[in-house]
Design a protein around this ligand. Structure first.
Ligand SMILES: Cc1cc2nc3c(=O)[nH]c(=O)nc-3n(C[C@H](O)[C@H](O)[C@H](O)COP(=O)(O)OP(=O)(O)OC[C@H]3O[C@@H](n4cnc5c(N)ncnc54)[C@H](O)[C@@H]3O)c2cc1C
Length: 403
């Protein structure tokens, strides 16, 4: 049956495709800001499913230390302009007006005080309802074609909708269990857009298995440096969790973003970043007479990791306390891959910003806008990706309302 949606409309018909973080905020700002008919079209049974899962369910929605240096994109200047126009303070005041209350931690990461991401989704859900946004759940947009001065959106489930303005807020390809399988890219391509190469980012890393054998589940707080061959790319202090395929944890997620196109990716883990290698070597040499060798790193590393380091220190040319100290200060891991888009939190690449104008309107198709992860912008861990989704959504909404 052909569904009919275009009845009792006022003003312009605006279709926001994708009921994620960006789409929800964009639809709300559009409905609040003008006399238009706003549709929010979401393929899933609920809007904001991914938003509700962010930050391990706690919802790290932005970061007080905001600047474009935390982002990867083909146009960081444009990212910087957009971030300035809708800063963390602006976002928080927007959400506080909807009834939210937020707090930040020592790294500037902002969470709802109740540490429940779904509470932020609820704020936006209730706000959409109050603002009269027409929510089409269980509708997958599978085609988008020009029709008169506007566009016709076709639904995979049957039926279609005419809109004067379309916002593509369909996210990227990461974590497709939340509805983000990259279909938005196909819609953009059908309008003449190109894509920069896509990579999984903020993702678990696969490594050579020998150095992680027997360590599954061990978690350490350490300083990790990412290299491409001999070139140090970036370092991060945080958690590393060993797995059967390699490593996970927040430090690994962050550094994975710097390794997406490395030819010879590797990591070194400094398990004792506040002590020098020489100091540690002398300490271990003294300790050697006090306990069996396999306990030498007791009190320094978790037991299984300590034993793995001792084993590795004895591999070539025999064990010395100095070799053990060197491994504690720089445990090498060759990176062999990632867990792919299914394990990733975000997509590197997308619609280049250079194919949009200053208001994030398409330069290929008038009255089509983009916001969020579908664009070639991704951020580090720490609230930067949600902030981009929200700020680019507000930017697009303001441009639509201004015209
Ligand atoms: C597990 C996890 C944890 C994360 N934690 C954080 C965090 O703590 N802080 C942070 O800043 N970022 C985090 N991120 C990243 C962040 O969630 C995303 O970058 C952000 O949600 C992107 O927002 P978006 O609006 O562009 O797209 P999304 O939020 O991905 O929403 C896109 C929506 O579009 C819908 N859709 C797609 N195609 C169609 C179609 N053809 N028709 C209709 N609907 C469609 C999808 O179902 C989806 O609901 C996390 C990501 C994951 C996976």
């Amino acid at each position: 049956m052909k569904m009919r949606y275009n009845n009792r409309m006022k003003g312009k018909i605006i279709a926001v495709v994708g009921g994620g973080a960006g789409g929800m905020l964009c639809a709300h700002a559009l409905a609040e800001g003008g006399e238009n008919t706003v549709f929010l079209i979401e393929r899933g049974a609920r809007a904001g499913r991914k938003l509700s899962a962010t930050g391990n369910g706690q919802g790290n929605i932005t970061n007080l230390h905001m600047d474009a240096g935390h982002y990867f994109s083909d146009d960081r200047d444009k990212v910087a302009r957009i971030l300035r126009e809708f800063s963390p303070a602006d976002l928080l005041s927007y959400l506080e007006n909807l009834g939210g209350l937020f707090e930040s931690d020592e790294r500037g990461r902002v969470y709802p005080c109740g540490r429940q991401a779904s509470a932020v989704t609820d704020l936006l859900r209730f706000a959409l309802e109050r603002a009269g946004v027409r929510l089409l759940l269980g509708h997958t947009v599978c085609s988008l074609a020009g029709e008169g001065d506007g566009y016709r959106l076709g639904f995979a489930e049957g039926g279609d909708l005419h809109a004067d303005v379309v916002v593509l807020a369909t996210g990227g390809k990461a974590a497709k269990n939340f509805g983000t399988d990259g279909t938005g890219y196909a819609l953009a391509r059908s309008l003449g857009h190109t894509l920069t190469p896509l990579f999984p980012a903020l993702v678990q890393l696969k490594t050579e298995t020998a150095p992680v054998r027997g360590l599954k589940g061990v978690r350490v707080h350490c300083l990790v440096t990412a290299f491409d061959g001999d070139k140090a790319l970036h370092h991060a202090r945080g958690d590393v969790i060993f797995t059967d395929y390699g490593v996970s944890g927040n430090a690994v997620f962050l550094l994975s973003s710097y390794l997406t196109d490395a030819a010879a990716p590797r990591l070194t883990l400094d398990f004792l970043p506040d002590r020098g290698e020489e100091e540690l070597a002398l300490f271990l040499e003294r300790k050697e007479g006090l306990c069996p060798r396999e306990n030498l790193l007791g009190c320094i590393l978790p037991g299984a990791l300590g034993r793995a380091v001792i084993r590795r220190a004895g591999e070539h040319g025999g064990f010395t306390a100095r070799r053990a100290a060197a491994l504690v200060k720089g445990y090498p891991l060759i990176v062999t891959g990632t867990l792919g888009f299914d394990g990733a939190q975000v997509t590197r690449g997308g619609i280049p910003l250079s194919e949009t104008d200053g208001g994030l309107q398409s330069l290929r198709a008038k009255n089509v806008y983009f916001c969020g992860e579908i664009l070639n912008v991704d951020g580090e861990c720490g609230g930067y990706n949600l902030h981009w989704a929200f700020s680019s959504a507000m930017h697009a909404a303001r441009d639509i309302l201004r015209r």
